[in-house]
Ligand binder design. Structure first.
Ligand SMILES: Cc1cc2nc3c(=O)[nH]c(=O)nc-3n(C[C@H](O)[C@H](O)[C@H](O)COP(=O)(O)OP(=O)(O)OC[C@H]3O[C@@H](n4cnc5c(N)ncnc54)[C@H](O)[C@@H]3O)c2cc1C
Length: 467
């Protein structure tokens, strides 16, 4: 069996034999499919990553099989990339060095549910966990809008926030990520348990410093949610209403999204349900907060177009309202036109409708705003995930520069290295990589700095972050 990636000289047939009884996928088309994620949102990442493939897929179905898989990879010096649902946007799950792809979805048991927490195996789907939690009157404190395909391990290793974050904070906020277990990649892989703040060493490290096997996340009491859509004459008014809703002490929203009217034109499923050519606010609120929500929208010069329980939504034949939030907003546009892309931009804190109104004309007509409201470190913040009509890398750089010059922070969505997006600014994740993955087999190409520090001890690497 030759190398599909063209980057390894491992005997993959012998490798697959050594993996038995672990299920493997050797078919070239299927291996190539599992080498992709949603990197194609970015034309720059698409250029760099579309021809990167793994060589073999392993699908362990329990902890012992995962341990065996990692031991075989270690023995063969095989590059390894973990894969959950493959819904990451930055090519996190793309095997840039070729090698073994380990699909985790066979490890999918919900292990424990208690008051305020759920513990699940890394490959459990977020939507499945939410279904199990419903029986105990709970739900996850937050989940990504990809919950039907995304795994809990992939969310912790590759995600950051989601539906629920305006109420409960980002994943990295204290109390949300309670614990995780991760396996090292050694001759005899070892489990290490990370609790509380220590989980942040592994969180959002794109699976380069340990193989997460189970995760304990915060849960919150389940509520009867109503999906809302309101429309406004100006984007500034929609954004100001979003901020008012986020601050309102009587309405417990778990989602607040605002979307430029030009983007809404790409939401054919909403045609006839929301006012045409208007700027949109999307929200999820508890059933008992319908009246104060309607008053708030009225006071903000808006119009309530939709307020629906889940049953009412299904009767109308509409998708979940969160299909128009987070990176699903971008997806709706990309379905119609692949020349669109996006960016991730942190806005001035506290949210300032005037700052948003001022920067809009400076950005130009090829940038259409979309904001997500969240609570990070207890503060209300907003992130702009604008649709950008891509022309050239230079124009994209110019757009980034305009944001930055006006006091916005760009967390670049067009980079394939984990340090590029802003969450892994020091060397702690690499010190843990050295401890958990001494041969540097786990997704190493995704770190800009790993090759420079791989020869150092974990403590020496950690010290670099303090200097
Ligand atoms: C339409 C759309 C909407 C999105 N919305 C959101 C959102 O609301 N919030 C958000 O945060 N993100 C969002 N994302 C990004 C992504 O969907 C989420 O982060 C998701 O949780 C990733 O889960 P996954 O199982 O698909 O992970 P994958 O894409 O499979 O993996 C993500 C990263 O984690 C690593 N990994 C996977 N499993 C393990 C493991 N067991 N141990 C160690 N490393 C592992 C992979 O190697 C990879 O680096 C969105 C993406 C799309 C395309």
């Amino acid at each position: 069996m030759t190398s599909i990636s063209g980057k390894t000289d491992i005997d993959w047939a012998a490798f697959a034999t050594a993996l038995a009884p672990v299920e493997t996928i050797t078919d070239t088309v299927l291996v190539k499919k599992r080498s992709r994620d949603f990197f194609w949102y970015s034309p720059l990442l698409n250029d760099s990553l579309r021809n990167c493939f793994g060589d073999l897929v392993a699908r362990p179905k329990n902890h012992a099989e995962m341990v065996h898989t990692l031991a075989v990879a270690y023995a063969h010096d095989a590059p390894v990339v973990l894969r959950g649902g493959g819904t990451g946007n930055y090519g996190q799950a793309v095997p840039m060095d070729g090698g073994l792809i380990i699909e985790t979805t066979g490890l999918n048991r919900v292990l424990d549910v208690g008051r305020g927490f759920v513990r699940a195996e890394a490959g459990a789907l977020m939507a499945d966990i939410n279904r199990v939690l419903a029986d105990s009157g709970q739900e996850m404190a937050m989940f990504p809008s990809t919950q039907d395909i995304a795994t809990i391990g992939g969310f912790v290793a590759g995600g950051s926030a989601g539906i629920g974050s305006i109420a409960n904070g980002a994943l990295r906020d204290p109390g949300n990520l309670i614990a995780l277990s991760a396996l090292s990649v050694e001759a005899a892989p070892q489990t290490r348990v990370f609790n509380g703040a220590d989980t942040l060493h592994i969180h959002h490290a794109w699976g380069l410093n340990g193989v997460i096997t189970d995760v304990t996340l915060r849960t919150v009491p389940r509520r009867d949610w109503v999906g809302c859509m309101a429309t406004f004459d100006s984007y500034a008014a929609a954004y100001a209403a979003g901020y008012a809703l986020a601050r309102d002490g009587t309405i417990a929203a778990k989602l607040i999204t605002t979307v430029d009217a030009r983007i809404c034109a790409y939401f054919p499923k909403l045609a006839g349900h929301i006012r045409k050519d208007k700027h949109l606010l999307v929200s999820l609120i508890p059933q008992e907060h319908r009246d104060p929500f309607a008053s708030l929208i009225r006071d903000a010069a808006g119009h309530v177009d939709l307020m629906m329980t889940d049953t009412e939504r299904q009767d109308l034949g509409l998708p979940h309202v969160f299909d128009f939030s987070y990176n699903h907003t971008t997806l709706q546009v990309l379905k119609a036109d692949r020349s669109a892309t996006y960016q991730q931009v942190g806005c001035p804190i506290p949210p300032d409708p005037e700052a948003i109104a001022n920067v809009r004309p400076k950005l130009g007509d090829d940038v259409w705003m979309h904001h997500e409201f969240a609570r990070v470190g207890g503060e209300i913040v907003t992130f702009d995930l604008p649709i950008i009509w891509f022309t050239t890398p230079e124009r994209l750089a110019e757009i980034n520069a305009t944001y930055t010059a006006n006091g916005f922070a760009v967390y670049d969505a067009h980079t394939w290295n984990v340090e590029g997006g802003g969450l892994k600014a020091d060397y702690t994740h690499l010190a843990w990589k050295k401890r958990m993955d001494p041969k540097g087999l786990l997704n190493s190409a995704k770190s800009r700095f790993w090759a420079d520090v791989a020869h150092l001890s974990p403590d020496e690497i950690e010290a670099l972050g303090q200097s």
